[in-house]
Design a protein around this ligand. Structure first.
Ligand code: ADP
Length: 501
C-alpha cells in the first residue's frame, strides 16, 4: 500500500481528508521537518506548511532523485493566485479548497502513477547498466576478440583484444574491410561466405582463418561469425568472436615433427636391432658346429680311449663333455631368446588355468624330487597371449620358484590371479631365498645370475626370456622380494573375454 504523508493544519479539513484517504492508502501525519525523513510516496501539504518547510521539502525531493517524490498542494483559489512560477519546482499538483473528493483522488492517483513510472524507469536503467557492464566485460576480455561489421564487411566495432591480435589499435581497425585483413589466398573464400551470409544462408559457425598482421606477418585464428539482423529481420551486418590459435598451431606442428622424428628413429632402431638379432643368431649357429665336434670327440675319448687314459685323463675328458654340454645349453637358450625377438606371436584367448596345469605336468619330475607343494587359487581368468610363449614364461617362473630355496627347505609355491581394468596379473609366490632389492632389476638381463651354478644350476636366461616374452605380448613383469622372505613374481596380460557358458 502506498504511503501518503499529510502536513496540514489541524482542523476540519484534515479530519475529512484523513477519513477519505485512510481506506485507500497508508496515511502518515506530520508537522515538522523530522516527519519528512520517513519513507513515503507522496506529500500532501497546505500553504502554511509549504511556506514553513519549503527548503526542507525541496531537499527531500532532491534526495529521492532520480525517483519522483510527488508533492500536492492543498490551497484556496486566492492563495494559488499568489503562487509564483517557482512554486512548480516544489509542487507537482494543486488541489483547490474546498476539496472536491473526485478531483483530489484523481490528482493523487496521477501523482502516484508518475512515481511508479519513475521507479520502473529507474529499475530499467539499472538493469540496462547491469547488462551493459556484463556485455563490456565479455566483449573486452583479454582472450577472445569481438567484432561487428557492416554489410560490406567493414568493421564498425572491434574490441581492444581483436585489434591487438593483428598489431593495431581499435581506432585503426574501424572502417577496415575484413577482406583486407585475411591472407590473399583466402579472400575469395571469405567473400563467398559474406555473400552467403548476406543472403541469410549461413548459420553461425566456427572456422579457421589465416590473418595478416599490421607488420605483414600472419597468424591463425579461430573465428565464430554470425549474421546480425535488425528489428525488422533484415540482414544488417556480421558479428563474431575471434581467438588467436597460432601458438597452439605451432605446438601441434612441432609435436607432429617430433613424432615423425621419433618414428624415423624407431624404424632405424628396429632395423639395427633386427640386424643384430640376425647376426647373433648366425654366430650362435656357427658356434654350434665346432661345439658338436668337441662334444663328440670328447665323448669318444672318454668312452673308447678310457682304457689308455689314466684316472686324471678320464676326469679331463669327462669335464670337456660337461663343459661342452653347458655351452650348448647356453647357446640354445640364447637362440630361444633371440628368436623371441623376431617371431610372429599372434595373440589369442588362452585359458591361464590350462597353461599353469601344463607347466606343472612338465615339471612333475622336479616337483616330485624336491617334494614341492604347489597351490593354485582357482579360477584363473582367460588372457590374450601366444600360448606356447606363455607356457614358456610360466615354466621359467615356476621352475625358479622351486629351485631357489635354501638347502633342506621344502618349496611351497602359491599361484593366483587378479583381474583389474581389462588386465590380468598372475602371481607366483615362493618361500625361497629371496632377492636383494638392488638385484631385482638386474636379474631380468641376459645371462644375469646371482649365484654360482654349483649352488643353483641355470643359464641366467630364464627371466630374460620372461621379460622379452611379456614385452612382445603387450604385458609386463615384476617382482616383490626381500632376502630370506621368499619372492613374489608377477606377470600382467590383457584379459580375454570369457567364452559363452
Ligand atoms: P636361471 O634360473 O637360469 O639362473 P633366471 O634368468 O631365471 O636364470 O634367473 C636369474 C637369477 O635371478 C637367478 O640366477 C637367481 O639368482 C634369481 N632368481 C630368479 N628367480 C628367483 C626366485 N624365485 N627366488 C630367488 N632368486 C631368483
Amino acid at each position: 500500500m502506498e504511503r501518503l504523508l499529510l502536513m496540514l493544519e489541524p482542523g476540519e479539513n484534515r479530519r475529512l481528508l484523513e477519513a477519505l484517504l485512510a481506506p485507500r492508502y497508508e496515511v502518515l501525519l506530520g508537522t515538522d521537518a523530522a516527519a519528512l525523513q520517513q519513507a513515503f510516496d507522496l506529500l500532501l501539504l497546505d500553504g502554511v506548511s509549504l511556506k514553513r518547510l519549503r527548503a526542507e521539502v525541496e531537499a527531500r525531493r532532491a534526495a529521492e532523485a532520480p525517483l519522483l517524490l510527488p508533492v500536492l498542494l492543498l490551497t484556496t483559489r486566492q492563495e494559488v493566485g499568489l503562487a509564483t512560477a517557482h512554486l512548480w519546482q516544489t509542487v507537482d499538483e494543486v488541489v483547490l479548497l474546498p476539496v472536491e473528493k473526485i478531483e483530489l483522488l484523481a490528482g493523487l492517483e496521477v501523482c502516484l502513477r508518475a512515481r511508479r513510472l519513475s521507479r520502473e524507469q529507474e529499475q530499467l536503467r539499472l538493469a540496462l547498466a547491469d547488462s551493459e557492464a556484463r556485455y563490456r566485460q565479455l566483449v573486452e576480455n583479454p582472450l577472445v576478440g569481438a567484432w561487428e561489421a557492416d554489410l560490406e564487411g567493414r568493421y564498425v566495432f572491434v574490441s581492444r583484444r581483436l585489434a591487438e591480435m593483428a598489431g593495431y589499435t581499435p581506432e585503426e581497425v574501424l572502417g577496415m574491410s575484413m577482406l583486407d585483413r585475411i591472407a590473399p589466398e583466402q579472400r575469395p573464400w571469405l567473400a563467398a561466405r559474406l555473400q552467403q551470409r548476406r543472403a541469410g544462408q549461413l548459420p553461425p559457425d566456427v572456422v579457421e582463418a589465416e590473418l595478416v598482421r599490421k607488420d605483414g606477418s600472419r597468424f591463425t585464428a579461430l573465428v565464430a561469425p554470425a549474421t546480425l539482423y535488425d528489428s525488422q529481420g533484415r540482414v544488417k551486418g556480421f558479428i563474431g568472436l575471434k581467438l588467436d590459435i597460432s601458438e597452439r598451431k605451432q605446438l601441434e606442428q612441432e609435436l607432429a615433427r617430433r613424432v615423425q622424428e621419433l618414428e624415423a628413429l624407431n624404424r632405424q632402431l628396429a632395423a639395427a636391432n633386427a640386424d643384430l638379432e640376425t647376426y647373433a643368431r648366425s654366430i650362435a649357429h656357427d658356434l654350434r658346429a665346432p661345439l658338436r665336434a668337441i662334444q663328440a670327440f670328447a665323448a669318444v675319448l672318454r668312452d673308447e680311449y678310457g682304457a689308455v687314459l689314466d684316472a686324471t685323463g678320464q676326469d679331463y675328458a669327462q669335464r670337456i663333455v660337461a663343459a661342452a654340454e653347458r655351452l650348448d645349453t647356453l647357446i640354445a637358450d640364447l637362440l630361444a631368446w633371440s628368436r623371441l625377438g623376431t617371431a610372429a606371436l599372434v595373440p589369442e584367448p588362452v585359458a591361464l588355468a590350462e597353461v599353469v596345469d601344463e607347466a606343472q605336468r612338465l615339471l612333475a619330475a622336479e616337483i616330485a624330487a624336491r617334494q614341492a607343494e604347489i597351490a593354485v587359487a582357482l579360477p584363473l581368468p582367460r588372457v590374450r597371449a601366444h600360448r606356447a610363449t606363455l607356457l614358456q614364461v610360466v615354466l621359467n617362473l615356476l621352475s625358479n620358484a622351486i629351485k631357489f630355496v635354501a638347502p633342506g627347505v621344502r618349496p611351497q609355491v602359491r599361484l593366483w590371479a587378479e583381474a583389474r581394468q581389462g588386465r590380468v596379473r598372475l602371481w607366483v609366490a615362493d618361500n625361497g631365498i629371496g632377492i636383494a632389492p638392488e638385484a631385482q632389476e638386474r636379474i631380468f638381463g641376459v645371462f644375469e645370475r646371482l649365484h654360482g651354478i654349483e649352488a643353483y644350476p641355470g643359464t641366467g636366461m630364464g627371466l630374460a626370456i620372461v621379460r622379452r616374452a611379456m614385452e612382445r605380448l603387450g604385458g609386463a613383469v615384476g617382482v616383490e622380494s626381500a632376502p630370506g622372505e621368499g619372492s613374489r613374481f608377477w606377470i600382467e596380460l590383457p584379459q580375454a573375454e570369457e567364452p559363452e557358458a
